[in-house]
Design a protein around this ligand. Sequence first.
Ligand code: NAD
Length: 524
Amino acid sequence: MESGTVTETSEIAGTPREADSPGQPEQIEVLNPATGEAIATVPVDPPEAVAAAVARVRANQPEWEALGIEGRYRWLGKLRDWLLDNSERILDTMQAETGKVRADASGEPQYLADLINFYGAKASKFIGEEAVRPHTPLLASKKLRVQYRPHPVVGIISPWNFPLILALGDAIPALQAGAAVVVKPSEFTPLGLAEVVQAWKDEIGGPDVFDCVQGVGETGGALVDAVDFVQFTGSDRTGRKVMARAAETLTPVSLELGGKDAMIVLDDADLDRAANAAAWGGMMNSGQICMSVERIYVEEPAYDNFVAKLTAAVGDLRQGADGRSFGKEVGAMTSPNQIGIVEDHVQDAVASGARALAGGKRLPGPGDYFEPTVLVDVDHSMKVMRDETFGPVVGVMKVRDAEEALRLANESRYGLSGSVFGERERAERVARRVECGAVNVNDVLVNYAALDVPMGGWKQSGIGYRHGEPGIKKYCRTESVVITRFGGKREPTWYPYTKARRGLISRIARAFNARDLRRRVGLR
Ligand code: NAD
């Protein structure tokens, strides 16, 4: 069977999903987290199939690169049109495999269309050939150029929380850069990406430079072994393994890892806006966003008012499966492992004295649902304020002032993004001191839509960036081309060495390199 082929099923086989399991299953049963029902079976690609898929797209990559930026954008433009024309179908698949509510799913095709247009328009500026002036007259006979050549095959390993944004979203700049791409989607959400790859092949008729392979850790490891650059998004735990494996072949990696994003609420903030932002930033996608608001620090005078508004906003959220109706705000937890982590964090906090003002528990089935939860009386001894919860839970702490808020916000092994609410200029001053890759002032999560600026993690939240110029340049190697415009039979630095010629070279070089007249003319 061709890699990535999916069959419908009604059977639940209890596929082992532990990434470290010694052997791989032969197939993956995909469950709908909103109902617990099995919706499809996906055959797993063993290492040989991964190597074969990479070899096939590798053979086609030079032709893809030769199309140039505009030629490749024409193909990606067809993909954009397909995504827009088929968005209802894509959203149905995505909802079925993630348990998201419709509104949370619906941003994915729109983001991808915007991303294709962004890199299509900007690629020439970001990775077009650069003409560089020599820094010294000694190189006046040389023409200097820098060209950006893609890593031939990019391997993308992606998580389950945004199955298209975090797989196709990283493939788009790589393809635009001229690389061939093979994606391994999460074993929990393999269907959406497989559908797009199939459409690229069959409906769009795109060049054979884009494929996917399916499986768990063994398939991911085989992909790392076979490609020239690895783009990984997932937990820092797996990120370490991917980096260690890539080190064996000296393959460069970019890692987009977990977060524990802090929100700071200053006492001069618009508390309605701050509370609404915290509710959305904490609960959107059931809190399963690397950049979710997980910790909130509120200056003392604003604390009671903010907590009351946040609790009311979270208490109003409607939870459940909403099909195409846009009738709910909070969906299911996509991975069964994750709901266990969320429950553990909340129970750990409550056992140490925290109170749940909203939510606080897992809902009875069917489906994997955890109530939108607001915890107070929390502190940094609790897992919920230290480790990534990745669920619909926020912990709120009262702080004396902005200095204490900053100290606590920065007291984390993560540094993905953050937000500060308050009077604009004061909030901006505080925001500039938050230790993370991106910070929003009087908004949350919005930096992800600002494709113009890089997004990436500090500390253990990652290495490398997506979006902006670095988001496409990382897929390229620089090739400096130094062209001799004129010259005789030999350069003065070449053989044979003679005292006279070396002396002349030294005097000329000294004249250019010294910064005072005495040294220029050889006097000390
Ligand atoms: P995960 O680390 O468990 O899995 C990620 C991917 O790695 C999956 O495709 C998985 O099959 C694969 N994998 C597992 N073991 C592997 C191995 N040994 N070698 C190669 N590949 C292997 O992460 P997850 O649970 O799917 O996703 C949740 C995590 O992702 C959270 O920590 C979240 O913060 C993070 N995340 C980060 C970003 C970001 O941009 N920084 C975005 C979304 C999610």
